[in-house]
Design a protein around this ligand. Structure first.
Ligand code: COA
Ligand code: AMP
Length: 630
């Protein structure tokens, strides 16, 4: 069957299409209902299905006699450890940890925060939650205590699982003080904190509140997988939105498992026994879907890498991994390849390794620039495949279907065509479909396919406001872009206040909240400007309070420290500019869309409602002279 036939089938008969796909995973009770459409654009999938995601990811492989196959290749140049974990070993460790959580009183539906570096215990903790129906919420290790506290409170977490430290290149980052501070800041106090002690930096535990991992699992009777409903939540993953408060994206069990089975087999073209590497972090959606759940549900071996592309110990780190584990395919953010290219522009390190196992490389998370694409294609001599998705969808919306007979060939600048179930329309702000080649708002016709989130934790109205209110009958992705004659999609960038720094999704609104609390600041705007390595970096435009005198260097130092302390180092907030005023409408709204265009060096039109058009030129000039490094 051609791409068009298969894809069209998913749109014409979504119910039949996805019920058929549902048969490819094991259920305790196979769903008889596929799509359940409700009033007001509401819908759900597989309402009467019952299953367990941990069973699919772990136990089923052991039951099928494949317990000796490697589930994870843990490779940590950071900690100088290599470890192979088979499916049988994983089952033993996950069921024991799940048993310990059960004994502590964690039950189905309880929320568990996991704040850990890239160590296998993080995966074990996630799978153990899934096993007993607890809802995990993984927080990326680069976030500061304040951000962790926000998530502890929003999720009303009953338990925190952490490690004594993370490692950034050769820098040890103790996690314990961050977690302690977060618990102190949080209104909701978790029952306990479980701490995995790493030998390079042991944490001092407070015996009343904290238990070491090794103590926690002593003499425990392992827990079995429990049956959960398809629509019961598997996890909450917080992501940045336009406003300051992060959005807790909720993922179900059944739709997620069905979608990841299709994505791993049909999009990434991977099968049982293949070796796969998602060079990301469990704190991001890529880590959830394609370090852990996707490859394990499909019975592949997943590389679990704690390190960086460069300086671990050199810029051949990625090529060593591919060579050593015979990686068949991988996914990574372009920024990592830009980092390698900067250190090793002619690809000297590639020559040291045998990369013949590699079939293709997927990239996502931010725009793939043509120069990185060319460099990587020539260097690796395999297809470099751009594809596009977001935390909310949980799996790709546009991608080549590498597991199908005739995947659509890559086109430079495009993230390829729609994957099954995603019906993309490019809409004008009035909600009309724009012409071919014209840039507009990238929207998805409702209902979205299984796996895509339909809820923000505890805030049903926020989901509707954020995604469904602007274009009736559509999910608004927040990305801009266009289609070509053959329905290839081209993503031009965010149309809201979300920026992408080193493939990390961040909210400029959140940074503005921090900057604006400084005593010298009257008002501010944080915008993303182009950066040749990180894709984008945030800069602050600040108006000082009348009469305040402060050296710009000192102000910048203080603001940079504030953002680092409140949000985290990953924000990469390093530049501040003092301006006399910010561009506003006559009613006092800062013209953020115009600022974004200026920052992106795009043509813009000053709205007729602007109170003082001259300020736009001033800012344009300031950015063009001051941001030339970027
Ligand atoms: N824990 C603590 N700190 C962290 C961290 C973590 N898990 N991750 C990043 N940081 C810190 C870094 O140490 C750095 O701190 P510094 O300012 O003191 O040097 C800061 O946050 C910025 O980090 P980053 O922008 O990531 O730079 P880097 O040099 O550490 O790494 C890359 C560069 C390209 C390797 C890395 O950004 C990367 O792998 N990005 C891909 C992201 C991704 O996978 N996205 C998912 C989509 S596929
Ligand atoms: P996240 O939710 O962290 O995965 O980030 C999702 C956002 O990253 C998307 O909304 C896009 O803005 C951006 N993004 C993801 N993949 C791509 C891609 N291939 N090209 C351009 N932008 C992308």
């Amino acid at each position: 069957m051609s791409y068009d036939q298969q894809y069209q089938q998913s749109l014409i008969d979504p119910n039949g299409y996805w019920l058929d796909k549902a048969k490819q995973i094991s259920w305790y009770k196979m769903p008889s209902i596929g799509l359940n459409e409700k009033s007001n654009d509401g819908y759900s999938w597989f309402d009467d299905g019952v299953l367990n995601t941990c069973y699919l990811a772990v136990d089923q492989h052991v039951e099928k006699g494949r317990g000796n196959q490697i589930a994870f290749y843990y490779d940590s140049p950071a900690a100088q450890v290599k470890q192979q974990i088979s499916y049988a070993q994983l089952q033993q460790q996950v069921s024991t940890f799940a048993g310990a959580m059960r004994d502590l009183g964690i039950v189905k539906g309880d929320r568990v925060i996991i704040y850990m570096p890239m160590i296998p215990q993080a995966a074990i903790a996630m799978l153990a939650c899934a096993r007993i129906g607890a809802v995990h919420s993984v927080v990326f290790g680069g976030f500061a205590a304040h951000e962790l506290a926000i998530r502890i409170d929003d999720a009303q977490a009953k338990l925190i699982i952490t490690a004594s430290c993370g490692i950034e290149f050769d820098r040890i980052i103790p996690y314990q003080p961050l977690v302690n501070k977060a618990i102190q800041l949080a209104v909701n106090k978790p029952l306990k904190t479980i701490v995995l002690q790493r030998e390079m930096s042991l944490a001092e535990l407070d015996v009343k509140q904290q238990i070491s991992w090794s103590e926690f699992v002593k003499n425990v009777i392992p827990a079995d997988c429990i049956a959960v409903k398809s629509n019961d939540p598997l996890y909450i993953l917080y992501t940045s939105g336009t406003t300051g408060k992060p959005k807790g994206i909720v993922r179900d069990n059944g739709g997620h498992a069905v979608a990841l089975k299709l994505a791993f087999n049909d999009i990434y073209g991977m099968s049982e026994g293949d070796v796969w590497w998602a060079a990301s972090d469990i704190g991001w959606v890529v880590g959830h879907s394609f370090i852990i759940y996707g490859p394990l549900i499909c019975g592949a071996s997943s590389v679990f890498y704690e390190g960086k592309p460069i300086r671990t110990p050199d810029s051949g780190a990625f090529w060593r991994i591919i060579n050593e584990y015979k990686v068949n395919s991988m996914i990574c953010a372009p920024t990592a390849f830009r980092a390698i290219r900067k250190e090793d522009p002619i690809g000297e390190y590639v020559k040291k390794y045998d990369l013949t196992s590699l079939r293709w490389v997927f990239v996502a998370g931010e725009k793939l620039d043509s120069s990185t694409y060319q460099w990587l294609s020539e260097l690796l001599q395999v297809p470099i495949l751009d594809h596009w998705w977001q935390t909310e969808t949980g799996w790709p919306m546009t991608a080549p279907m590498m597991g199908w007979d005739n995947p659509a060939p890559a086109r430079l600048g495009s993230t390829n065509k729609c994957t099954p179930g995603y019906d993309i329309k490019v809409l004008s702000i009035e909600g009309e479909e724009v012409s071919i080649g014209e840039v507009g708002n990238i929207c998805l016709k409702l209902p979205l396919p299984p796996g895509a989130s339909t809820a923000i934790w505890n805030q049903p109205d926020r989901y509707k406001d954020a995604y469904l209110s602007l274009f009736k009958g559509y999910y608004h992705t927040g990305d801009g872009g266009y289609k070509d004659d053959d329905d290839y999609i081209y993503i031009t960038g965010r149309t809201d206040d979300v920026i992408n720094v080193s493939g990390h999704r961040l909210s400029t609104g959140e940074m503005e909240e921090v900057v604006s609390t400084h005593t010298a600041v009257a008002e501010c705007a944080v915008i993303g400007v182009h950066d040749s390595l990180k894709g984008q970096i945030p800069i602050g435009l600040v108006v000082l309070k009348a009469g305040v005198e402060i050296e710009i260097d000192q102000l910048q130092r203080e603001l940079v420290a504030d953002v680092r302390r409140q949000i985290g180092a990953l924000a990469c907030f390093k530049r501040v500019f003092v301006v006399q005023r910010l561009p506003k409408t006559r009613s006092g709204k800062i013209l953020r869309a115009v600022l974004r265009k200026i920052a992106a060096n795009e043509t813009y039109q000053a709205p007729s409602t602007i109170d003082d058009p001259a300020i736009l030129q001033e800012i344009e000039q300031l950015l063009s002279t001051e941001c030339q490094h970027a």
